[in-house]
Structures are given as structure tokens and as C-alpha cells.
Write a new protein. Structure first.
Length: 370
């Protein structure tokens, strides 16, 4: 397949005040599954279209397998793209849709037949080859669109939010199928989504984008456990990380204080936090690392804090418990609880936090204090 090197890539549309892609640099390895994720308008689809050649590059370099692609047309880049809206020809059968690109390249008929049938077998759509798109479900159409890419055997597969038009259950199924396809083809894949759960479950590595900037490029678990900044910490994870702004103080040891709340800093972080004594910082803690002390008695916890339950979201095996700290009702936070533990709105609970999981961020730059 192929490596992709993106060096200081920039995209500015004519008449725009700001760049859509400000300065992106990525090194994508051969056979990697890379996911571009971020909120709407962050530039992820624009970056994908620049790789495809559908958007001009304002500045920087794009290399595939070491070859400069900046001025090459899409057809000369040896890539295949799967779109959100499938982009199938309605008057053609599935076989004709999948074969169309090969016919344009004047591939022999027998070879076309073999490639299409092989791709259809991989995707489980052999029985659909004589149908037209209007006679198929959304999931079936998406498989056809993917099959049309497979038959070309490109160096790079590009997916632009391919599952966003599908219902929740079908999205889960298609995620698994695309991952299996990646393993079977040993392909280099760049995949765009706005869904961070989709990104976490599919990507070997994930590019988190915000306002045209690469905020972090890392493995899913490193993004979750070691976010580089407050944006990544809040975007990755569901429910998202809880944040409180406060001040680092020095008592018997380094402590974070916000109004009446106090959290002891983890021992390994105290040297890093000492330069911030007397300064404002942002303190982050994930819902997964908050525990009801009456239930989780063996967990490693920080000092006790009393909370009041504000809202409950049962989701099956778990319940998201939304709360505020007693005496500080202006901020709402969340923790995850086993659904076997019953809470009621208004309940007062004593909680603790795994202090080894605390994260601190500079208040002005929002960069993580390491």
C-alpha cells in the first residue's frame, strides 16, 4: 500500500479571512488506519479532500510513497474515495457501478468480472449485483460504494463520514466490517468522522482537529489517558472529562483549591505543579475515575467530598449520574455508576477520585501540565 507524509499543509479559500487548514503535519505509516476527528467546521473533510486532490493545496507538501502529489490530478494519485452520500449511479446495476472505473481504464472484461465478484464476495453483496441502488438499503449502498473502491486496488482508501447516514445499529455493524476489511486488504486508510466513539473504536491512530489545527495525533488510549490539552481531554471520552478552574496552593503539600473544594495533587505531579503555586489552573477528572465511597470501598481515593445528585441517565448496564458539589451548585459534573446501584435526584453521596488519574491544564494556554 502506501505511506502519506503531510508537511505544513495549509488551505486558504479565496476571500476567506482565516485558513481552513492552518498548518497540518502528519506522518502516516503504510497499512495504518488513521481517523481524522473533530467538531463540525474543524477542517477534517477539507484535509481529506486535499489528500484526494479535490481541493488545491495553498501551501506545504503532500507526499504519497515519497512522491509529491501537490500538482497531480485525483486520477493520478492512485487513491479511492468513499463518500457520505454513496455517489452511486442510479441507472446502473451494482455490478455496473463497481465496474465503471475499471471500464474507463479499459481493463479487460474477464478481469473486471473477477475483480467485481471478488470484492462482492468480501463484502457479502454477491446477491445484489443485478440490483439498482434504489432497490437497496443504506447499508447495502454503502457496501457497494466501498466495493467500487476495492476493485481499483488503490494505494490509499479515503472515507468521508461514510456511516453518518446510517442508523445506530447499522453504524456499529459497519464499523466492524470496515475494520475487518482493513485487516483483509492490508490497506492504508484515512477516515473522517465527527463521532469520537467511532474514532476511538476504529483508528490505529487518531488526528484530533480544531479550527484547522492538529491538536494531537496519537493512539486512542493515549488520547484518552494523556491528552495534550484541555480540548482533547474534553472531546475524547463520553461523557466528557469534568473540569474545574481553581488555584494551586501549598499547604502540607501541593493542593488544588476551587472555592470550598480541595484536591490533593498526585505525588508524581507535585514537582510539576510547584511553579504554578498561586496561579490559576484547570483541573480535570474523568467520570470513570469517580467512585461512590459507600460502594467502592477498596478503590484508591482522594479526600472525601459530598455531592448532590441532580439528574440521572440510565443507559443499560450503566447510569450517568450528574451532580454538583454541596455548597457549589453552579457547576454540574458527571460520574458513571453501575446500574445496579439506585440513586434518586437530591441524594447526597460521599465520593472520592482516583488521584493518580487527575489532569491539570494551564488556564491561559489550556495546555496540559506534564
Amino acid at each position: 500500500m502506501a505511506t502519506i507524509d503531510i508537511k505544513n499543509l495549509k488551505k486558504v479559500y479565496p476571500g476567506a479571512e482565516d485558513a481552513t487548514i492552518k498548518q497540518a503535519s502528519l506522518e502516516i505509516e503504510d497499512k495504518e488506519f488513521i481517523v481524522l476527528v473533530g467538531p463540525s467546521g474543524c477542517g477534517k473533510s477539507t484535509l481529506l479532500r486535499m489528500i484526494a486532490g479535490l481541493e488545491d493545496i495553498t501551501d506545504g507538501e503532500l507526499l504519497i510513497d515519497g512522491n509529491l502529489m501537490n500538482e497531480l490530478s485525483p486520477k493520478d494519485r492512485d487513491i479511492a474515495m468513499v463518500f457520505q452520500n454513496y455517489a452511486l449511479y442510479p441507472h446502473m446495476t451494482v455490478f455496473e457501478n463497481m465496474a465503471f472505473g475499471l471500464k474507463l481504464r479499459k481493463v479487460p472484461k474477464q478481469e473486471i468480472k473477477e475483480k467485481v465478484e471478488n470484492a462482492a464476495d468480501i463484502l457479502g453483496i454477491t446477491h445484489l449485483l443485478d440490483r439498482r441502488p434504489k432497490d437497496m438499503s443504506g447499508g447495502q449502498r454503502q457496501r457497494v460504494a466501498i466495493g467500487r473502491s476495492i476493485v481499483r486496488q488503490p494505494k490509499v482508501f479515503l472515507f468521508d463520514e461514510p456511516l453518518s447516514n446510517l442508523d445506530a445499529a447499522l453504524r456499529v455493524q459497519m464499523r466492524a466490517e470496515i475494520k475487518k476489511l482493513h485487516r483483509d486488504l492490508n490497506a492504508t486508510i484515512v477516515y473522517v468522522t465527527h463521532d469520537q466513539i467511532e474514532a476511538m473504536t476504529m483508528g490505529d491512530r487518531i488526528v484530533v482537529l480544531k479550527d484547522g489545527n492538529v491538536m494531537q495525533f496519537d493512539t486512542p488510549m493515549n488520547l484518552f489517558n494523556n491528552p495534550a490539552n484541555k480540548f482533547v481531554a474534553g472531546f475524547i471520552g463520553s461523557p466528557s472529562m469534568n473540569f474545574i478552574e481553581g488555584e494551586i496552593i501549598m499547604e502540607s503539600f501541593t493542593t488544588f483549591k476551587s472555592q470550598d473544594l480541595k484536591f490533593s495533587a498526585p505525588p508524581d505531579l507535585r514537582p510539576c505543579l510547584k511553579p504554578y503555586i498561586g496561579r490559576r489552573v484547570i483541573f480535570g477528572f474523568r467520570p470513570e475515575y469517580i467512585y461512590d465511597k459507600a460502594v467502592e470501598k477498596t478503590k484508591r481515593l482522594s479526600e472525601s467530598m459530598e455531592i448532590e445528585v441532580q439528574a440521572l441517565e440510565p443507559i443499560g448496564s450503566e447510569t450517568f449520574v450528574y451532580f454538583h458539589f454541596t455548597g457549589n451548585p453552579n457547576h454540574q459534573f458527571c460520574f458513571r455508576s453501575d446500574s445496579g446501584f439506585a440513586y434518586n435526584i437530591g441524594d447526597k453521596i460521599t465520593i472520592g477520585v482516583d488521584i493518580q488519574r487527575l489532569r491539570f491544564f494551564e488556564a491561559d494556554t489550556e495546555q496540559r501540565i506534564m
